[in-house]
Design a protein around this ligand. Structure first.
Ligand SMILES: Cc1ncc(COP(=O)(O)O)c(C=O)c1O
Length: 338
C-alpha cells in the first residue's frame, strides 16, 4: 500500500533496524540502567545540554508523563483546539493527570500570548482551574511551524506568568528541519521547559523521549514516568533506536526528506483547477480541499484521512520513505480524476 495517511503508516528505517539488532546481542541491566540507554542519554546531553531523558512507548505516554511533571490536579493546561492531547488521546491527559485542558481556537494551530491572556483572569479564583502549562505542538497538527521568535515570545510570556511550556515534539524533527536551526536553538534555548522528542513518526519502530530541561520538573519525573506505565524494562531497545536516529543527523535527513516530499506534493497540485491548499505547508503535511467526487476514488488508491468532515478538508501526510515517484503518481491520479 502506498499511502499519504500518516507518517506512522511507514515502517522502520534500516539504520534503526540495524541498531535494534545490535542491542539484541547479550544480557543488559533492565529499566534503563544499560549501556545503550547510557549512550543515548549522552548523545541527548551533547545536543541539548543538561537534560533529564525518559523514554516512552508512544507519544500519548510521553505527553501524559510531561504534563504529570508540571501540573497539580486543580491546575490547567492551555492548548490549541487541534492539539493531539485534546483531540486524539482519548482523554488520557485529563484522566491521568487530574488537571483540566483549556483548548483555544486558533486559525493556524499556533498559540500566542494574545490568545492566552483572557484565561489569566482565572488566576487566583478558587472557582476556576489554574492555568499552569502552555502546551504547544511543533510542528503543529495543521502542519505549521512556530518561528523561533514566536516560540521565545510564548515561553517568555509563560514564565512571566508562572507557567511552564510543554512542547509536543512528535514531529520536532520536521519542524527543526524546516527552521534550519539546531535542535537546541529551537527548544531549550527558546525557553521550553519540557518536551517529547518524536521517534515513531521519523523512522523508529517504537518510542519517544521525554526531555526535561527545567530543574524544577526533574525530581518527581521518574516516579510519574513509572506510574504512567511508560518505563520499559528492556529500555535499551528504545534507546538504541534514538542513538541511531541522532547519529550522523539521521533525524534531520529523514525529516528534511519528508518535508521536501510535502513541498513537491503541494507544488504538484497547487495550480490544479478546484484544488485549494488550505494551510501553510511548513513541514510534512499538506492540507487541501479537492472536489468531493474525487476524494473516494483517490483514497481507494492512496489512503489518506479527512481532516474536517464539514468542509471536506483532507490531510495528506508524507513520511521519511515517501518517494518522488509516489508523489508524482499520486498527483497524476488526482489530475486524471479531475
Ligand atoms: C502531534 C502529535 N502528538 C503525539 C502523537 C503521538 O501519538 P501516539 O500515542 O499514537 O504515538 C501524535 C500522533 O499522531 C501526534 O500527531
Amino acid at each position: 500500500m502506498k499511502s499519504f495517511a500518516s507518517d506512522n503508516y511507514s515502517g522502520i528505517h534500516p539504520e534503526i533496524f540495524e541498531a535494534l539488532q545490535q542491542a539484541n546481542s547479550k544480557h543488559q541491566i533492565s529499566y534503563g540502567d544499560d549501556e545503550f540507554t547510557g549512550e543515548a542519554n549522552r548523545i541527548f546531553e551533547n545536543i541539548f545540554g543538561k537534560v533529564t531523558v525518559l523514554y516512552t512507548f508512544n507519544g500519548t505516554g510521553a505527553n501524559v508523563t510531561c504534563l504529570k511533571c508540571c501540573t497539580l490536579p486543580f491546575q490547567a493546561v492551555v492548548c490549541s483546539e487541534y492539539a493531539h492531547i485534546i483531540s486524539d488521546e482519548c482523554g488520557a491527559p485529563t484522566q491521568q493527570i487530574g488537571a483540566s485542558l483549556l483548548p483555544l481556537k486558533t486559525p493556524d494551530g499556533k498559540l500566542t500570548p494574545e490568545l492566552i491572556k483572557p484565561l489569566l483572569n482565572r488566576v487566583g479564583n478558587v472557582h476556576n482551574t489554574q492555568p499552569k502549562v502552555i502546551s504547544i505542538s511543533q510542528s503543529t497538527e495543521l502542519g505549521t511551524v512556530y518561528s523561533l521568535d514566536e516560540l521565545k515570545t510564548l515561553c517568555d510570556f509563560a514564565h512571566d506568568n508562572s507557567m511552564y511550556v510543554h512542547l509536543d515534539g512528535a514531529r520536532i524533527s520536521n519542524a527543526v528541519a524546516s527552521l534550519g536551526v539546531s535542535l537546541k536553538a529551537a527548544t531549550v534555548d527558546c525557553g521550553v521547559d519540557i518536551m517529547s522528542f518524536g521517534g515513531t513518526k521519523n523512522g523508529l519502530m517504537i518510542g519517544e523521549a521525554v526531555l526535561i530541561f527545567n530543574d524544577e520538573l526533574k525530581a518527581n519525573a521518574p516516579y510519574f514516568h513509572k506510574q504512567t506505565a511508560q518505563l520499559f524494562s528492556k529500555n535499551r531497545f528504545i534507546a538504541a533506536q534514538f542513538t541511531a536516529l541522532l547519529t550522523n543527523d539521521l533525524w534531520l535527513r529523514l525529516a528534511t526528506h519528508s518535508n521536501k516530499m510535502a513541498q513537491l506534493l503541494a507544488n504538484g497540485v497547487s495550480n490544479l483547477p478546484d484544488v485549494q491548499i488550505t494551510r501553510s505547508v511548513d513541514a510534512n503535511a499538506v492540507f487541501v480541499i479537492i472536489p468531493v467526487q474525487t476524494i473516494q476514488p483517490l483514497r481507494n488508491q492512496y489512503p489518506f484521512y479527512e481532516w474536517d468532515a464539514k468542509t471536506h478538508e483532507q490531510r495528506w501526510m508524507c513520511s521519511f520513505d515517501t518517494t518522488e515517484e509516489e508523489v508524482k503518481a499520486f498527483v497524476n491520479t488526482l489530475k486524471a480524476l479531475l
